[in-house]
Each structure stands twice: as structure tokens, then as C-alpha cells.
Design a protein around this ligand. Structure first.
Ligand code: ZN
Ligand code: ZN
Length: 122
């Protein structure tokens, strides 16, 4: 059944067309919007921005995928050691992580996390 809701955050719902009357609502005196949800969530679908896939991108903005090969665009000192991964080092078979700014990979047998801003897809 259709109803009218305020989207200002006051949670106002009315069975008839009208205006928000809630004191302090940013949409006070704005017309209510019609809604026909069955579940009482009112426009939840439109406002649900969570669940949008995060895209992992290299330094050029190219999308990276699991299994891609990249090269380092910068000498990267390895934390906790004197080793340096040289610019131009090719890294195969990267793995995306939950963080779109980092990928997991393996260089010379060590598992390391690389920042995508230092990578270029090849
Ligand atoms: Zn309101
Ligand atoms: Zn609704």
C-alpha cells in the first residue's frame, strides 16, 4: 500500500500526501515523497551504497584483478631488512585484498603486501 515518507531523517510516515512537520528535521515543511515499499524500509534500495564493489587500481588507474602481473614503479625498501625491491621488478600473480590500496603478492619467495600506487599493470 502506498504511503508518504519524509527523507529528512525524522522517520516521518504518513498515509496521506503532506508535508514533514517534525521540528528539527532538515526537510521540515518539505513535501513527503510517495513510497510503496512493503517492508517499511522506505527507499532503502536507492540509498544502499554499501555493497558497491571496491575497485583496486594501479598507479595509472588501470583496474587490477587476482592473478595479474605488475611491475614496481619505484624502489621499495623491505621493512625490517636491508633488502630493496628494485623499480622494474616484475611481480606475477597478485592477489587483491579487502583494502583497494593494497595487494598481496610473492617476491622471491616472500609474501608481501604492496601498495597499488607503486604498481603498474603489465
Ligand atoms: Zn522530516
Ligand atoms: Zn515505504
Amino acid at each position: 500500500m502506498s504511503h508518504f515518507v519524509c527523507k529528512g531523517g525524522c522517520g516521518g510516515v504518513s498515509e496521506v500526501e503532506g508535508f514533514c512537520e517534525a521540528d528539527g528535521c532538515p526537510n521540515q515543511w518539505q513535501p513527503l515523497e510517495s513510497c510503496d515499499c512493503q517492508d517499511g524500509k522506505h527507499f532503502a534500495k536507492n540509498e544502499d551504497v554499501e555493497g558497491v564493489a571496491q575497485v583496486t587500481k594501479d598507479s595509472n588507474g588501470t583496474e587490477l584483478q587476482d592473478g595479474d602481473s605488475v611491475v614496481l614503479i619505484k624502489d621499495l625498501p623491505l621493512r625490517g631488512s636491508s633488502a630493496v625491491y628494485k623499480r622494474g621488478t616484475k611481480v606475477s600473480n597478485i592477489k587483491l585484498t579487502d583494502n583497494p590500496e593494497q595487494v598481496d603478492c610473492r617476491i622471491e619467495g616472500s609474501e608481501i603486501v604492496l601498495k597499488t600506487c607503486f604498481l603498474k599493470k603489465v
